[in-house]
Design a binder for this molecule. Structure first.
Ligand code: GLN
Length: 246
């Protein structure tokens, strides 16, 4: 990297409500992997009734949560539907986990509650199923090297992708989006959703760096090579799930 001082501004959406399974660890991973490369990072926690200045943010994170918390966040997100679509159009990076992922689609239909409108950043929809999928997931992903993603899933929602929204990965072990079509997660432009908790990014450092590179490109309109880090611990954790006998 040049000696230029780079900055990355992160909006952590509704962490007081969508914060299960240590999903905050994804924001900490992005921040630390930037700081270890002398990239300055700001993290703004966005709460209910807060404004969201899309001119400021390069990276948006929204974590997972139970149906009850999703109801409150779904209502709030509707206020920001148009501006977050503008952020997507300007190549901002979004990472959404499980419950947060479901709300970036068109809707989430819980079991015993009204249908929750999503904000449609992903051409996808989710309906609650009768089975709760809980366990480790390994999947193949064409956007990174190595071409593997690992994590832990816990959801009853069944997500179906449509239109030009692509799967993030293809399930090797576990259930993924809907336990039927072998897809896991979703990608549309720089909007990424996944069912992988764990939290997700600490065990997938190559994917974390992919997201950082996309967010820096959005801000500086140039390819910025990230200096390599010593990822021995992270890679060992990743490979432990890949090599586990399921
Ligand atoms: N409530 C949603 C479901 O069960 C999301 C759960 C989660 O975020 N882990 O599918």
């Amino acid at each position: 990297m040049s000696s230029k001082n780079y900055t990355l501004n992160i909006a952590h959406l509704y962490p007081k409500l969508l914060n299960i399974y240590g999903d905050r660890g994804n924001v900490l991973t992005i921040a630390k992997r930037c700081e270890w490369r002398d990239i300055d990072v700001t993290i703004d926690e966005i709460d209910l009734n807060d404004t969201i200045d899309i001119k400021k943010y390069d990276f948006y994170f929204i974590g997972g949560g139970q149906d009850q918390q999703q109801i409150a966040v779904a209502k709030e997100l509707q206020k920001h539907k148009a501006s977050l679509q503008d952020a997507k159009d300007e190549s901002a990076v979004f990472l959404a986990i499980c419950g947060g992922y479901q709300l970036l689609g068109h809707y989430y239909q819980p079991h015993n509650a009204e249908k929750l409108s999503g904000i449609g950043l992903l051409d996808a929809y989710t309906v609650a199923g009768d089975t709760r999928f809980i366990g480790n997931v390994t999947a193949s992903c064409e956007y990174v090297n190595p071409k593997t993603l690992v994590g832990f899933e816990n959801h009853s929602g069944l997500t179906y992708l449509q239109g030009d929204t692509e799967p993030l990965a293809i399930v090797k072990t576990g259930h993924g989006n809907n336990a039927k079509d072998k897809t896991e997660g979703a990608k549309s432009k720089n909007v990424f959703g996944t069912y992988l908790h764990g939290s997700f990014l600490p065990k997938n450092p190559h994917f974390a760096d992919y997201l950082i590179s996309l967010a820096l490109h959005k801000r500086y309109k140039e390819e910025i090579q990230l200096p390599p880090l010593n990822d021995d611990i992270e890679v060992n954790a990743h490979n432990a799930l890949i090599n586990k006998k399921y």
